[in-house]
Design a protein around this ligand. Structure first.
Ligand code: ADP
Length: 636
């Protein structure tokens, strides 16, 4: 539909809300709007360049690709013009007005939450254009699309709820010109030094020349193609903030060029904050992909695997075809090789960074670790990724101490061939889990998996440096036989226990518990606790089963093996009761209550009611016994 008339439109509700906040608050970084308008101009230039190299016909093919800024002090105006792809009438209406991007409401939340009104991140949320209303009382956009058939249009708004679009009569060349009518209090932006310093601060890396008057302000350099030795940390960080829309410096970066057999340059950064983990969208994801200086994709997901999606940066290769579509890029064999090589290089970079800066790496892990862990499925780089994982373990002194699988392997006991872990909701629950008593007695380290995803990550790895990885509640005790106990307590060891009688007791307990347990046996792993539940060998690890059970109640928990500690007084008393009368009902009650208590410790107690009535039952009996015992004693 071609409109030849002027027409008024209402901004989309969220946009109106955003504009309302932007026009009525005072922000510390108001110059951000210059950056955002330049960044839009630069994107538009990238798009038209790509169209041209793909062989598409565009309007005014000979226009130089550039951005021009004009300042008019007397009228308090600033004009930013580009020769980019331009916008059609529909595009003007939708892109700046009626389409609310997913980022709009996220950004609204962000600025209403943050006390200092950090406007700096506006570009991240895909609503950068509107920042112009922090400084403008009126904005006019004249745009002529690169599409040959499309005429130019003028878009006007004062940012107060509506905008107008009308056709432009005069002949206009391809591109977009934005005229900003500055508010009284924003007149500073017509000062040349103010604009120049803003460009130097935020837009130095824009890949097209930016002119203020006749003077080119930015350097237009592809810093990733330059030799490392010539680039200072400050420049790296400026570049990072520019391409990643970030306000903090990067945590670490890798600048790497390859020549043969693959040719590429890459510059990759790890941001300080993980916005995805903070609940913001993932749309910023991806690496800028250039082919022969042309930006092919500003969010390419083909360069790095998905578990490195928190990384930002650039990759350029001259050996990729220019007219390649994003779809076919994925399967391009050369691209696959680049991806493999860059991934391996970057993982090695992270490992080195971790070794040299353990504190900084800890922060990196806290921010991005959850996503990095997804890398356990990357078969080709499994060991490299796993080396970057961090956990808490039985050796750590506090909750927030972290260790690596390499630390673990380095500390393994002489005859130990397996890496043990145990999952649970908190460190405290794990420390008290009776299944770990044998490990403590033998001073074998156990990794504490406190994040539910660990339950998939560690078994998913299967092994690390040729050591098996196994849940501690599935351990085959024979495997631990060779490893000596640390401090054998001699009197406990030598205590005589009637093993045959104990076996009988174990069978009786199984009788009483029936299908609730797989079997009952005498434990070799317990030291202080009377009993414990352990998994059947090779079964699904118990935490995993609990997760499945939580998700789907139809997945029944498979009965476990109950082990009893024959040296524990409760068990020995039970034996005495049993030997006097194997059918004693009091034995049945104590067995049930003992079972409930181990279920509780195991974290798999479903029926609290049963447990409570069992305890109360026992209490009524024991209080009775206590009273009768007391009344037998002569009073003083
Ligand atoms: P973002 O640039 O992050 O998408 P903006 O709110 O800054 O969000 O811009 C919205 C859209 O308006 C852009 O995606 C683009 O399609 C269009 N646009 C803005 N400025 C220009 C421009 N100078 N030339 C062409 N299109 C533009």
């Amino acid at each position: 539909m071609t409109e030849t008339q002027a027409k008024n439109y209402k901004f989309k509700a969220e946009v109106s809300q955003l504009l309302n906040i932007l026009t009525h608050s005072l922000y510390t970084h108001r110059d951000v709007f210059i950056r955002e308008l330049i960044s839009n101009a630069s994107d538009a230039l990238d798009k038209v360049r790509l169209k041209q190299v793909m062989g598409d016909k565009v309007a005014d093919p000979d226009s130089d690709l550039e951005i021009r800024i004009a300042l008019d002090k007397d009228n308090k105006q600033i004009t930013i013009a580009d020769t980019g792809i331009g916008m059609t009438r529909d595009e003007l209406q939708q892109n700046i007005g009626t389409i609310a991007r997913s980022g709009t409401s996220e950004f609204l939340k962000h600025i209403s939450d943050s006390k200092q009104k950090d406007i700096n991140l506006i570009g991240r949320f895909g609503v950068g254009f509107y920042s112009v209303f922090m400084a403008a009382e009126k904005v006019e956009v004249i745009s002529k699309s690169a599409d040959l058939k499309e005429p130019a249009h003028l878009w006007i708004s004062d940012g107060k709820g509506s905008f107008k679009i009308e056709p432009v009569k005069e002949k206009v060349k391809r591109g977009t010109t934005i005229k900003v009518f500055l508010r009284e209090d924003a007149a500073e932006f017509t000062e040349e030094y103010r604009i120049k310093s803003t460009i130097e601060k935020y837009s130095n890396f824009v890949p097209f020349p930016i002119y203020v008057g006749k003077e080119q302000i930015n350097t237009v350099s592809a810093i990733w193609r330059e030799p490392k030795s010539q680039i200072k940390d400050k420049q790296y960080n400026e570049f990072f903030k520019f391409i990643a829309h970030q306000s903090d410096d990067a945590v670490t970066w890798m600048h790497f060029s390859a020549d043969v057999p693959l040719q590429f340059h890459t510059l990759l950064f790890v941001p300080k904050t993980n916005y995805e983990m903070m609940g913001f969208g993932k749309d910023e994801e991806g690496i800028h992909l250039f082919v022969k200086r042309v930006l092919i994709d500003s969010h390419s997901k083909d360069i790095l695997p998905v578990y490195l999606r928190f990384v930002r940066g650039v990759l350029e290769s001259d050996d990729l075809p220019l007219n390649i579509s994003r779809e076919t890029l994925q399967e391009n064999p050369y691209m696959l090789k680049i991806r493999n090589s860059v991934t391996a290089k970057f993982l090695a970079h992270l490992k080195e960074f971790a070794e040299k800066n353990s504190e900084d790496y800890k922060n990196l892990w806290t921010q991005h670790g959850r996503i990095l862990k997804e890398g356990y499925t990357d078969f080709a780089h499994k060991e490299q990724v796993a080396a970057l994982f961090r956990f808490n373990s039985s050796i750590c002194k506090t909750d927030d101490e972290l260790m690596s699988l390499d630390d673990y392997v380095g500390r393994m006991k002489e005859k130990q061939d397996t890496i043990y872990f145990l999952s649970g909701p908190t460190r405290e629950v794990l420390v008290n889990n009776p299944a770990l008593e044998i490990f403590r007695a033998k001073d074998i380290e156990v990794i504490y998996c406190l994040d539910p995803i660990d339950e998939f990550v560690l078994p998913g790895l299967m092994e690390y440096k040729e050591k098996k990885i196994l849940s501690a509640d599935q351990v085959d005790l024979d495997a631990l036989k060779e490893i000596p106990k640390q401090e054998p307590s001699p009197d406990k060891e030598t205590e005589k226990v009637d093993e045959k009688a104990m076996d009988k007791l174990a069978r009786r307990i199984k009788d009483i518990l029936g299908k609730k347990v797989e079997t009952v046996r005498i434990s070799e792993r317990l030291v202080d606790s009377p009993a414990v539940l352990v998994g059947k060998d090779k079964a699904m690890s118990s935490q995993m089963e609990k997760i499945m059970h939580m998700v789907n109640q139809d997945v029944k928990l498979t009965p476990k093996v109950m082990e009893i500690n024959q040296k524990h007084p409760i068990i020995q008393n039970m034996l005495t009761i049993y030997q006097k009368d194997p059918t004693d009902p009091f034995l049945v009650k104590t067995v049930n209550s003992l079972f409930h208590s181990v279920l509780l410790l195991d974290g798999s107690l479903d029926n609290i009611q049963d447990m409570a009535s069992g305890i109360q039952n026992l209490l009524s009996e024991t209080t009775k016994m206590y009273l009768s015992k007391k009344s037998q004693k002569p009073k003083k």
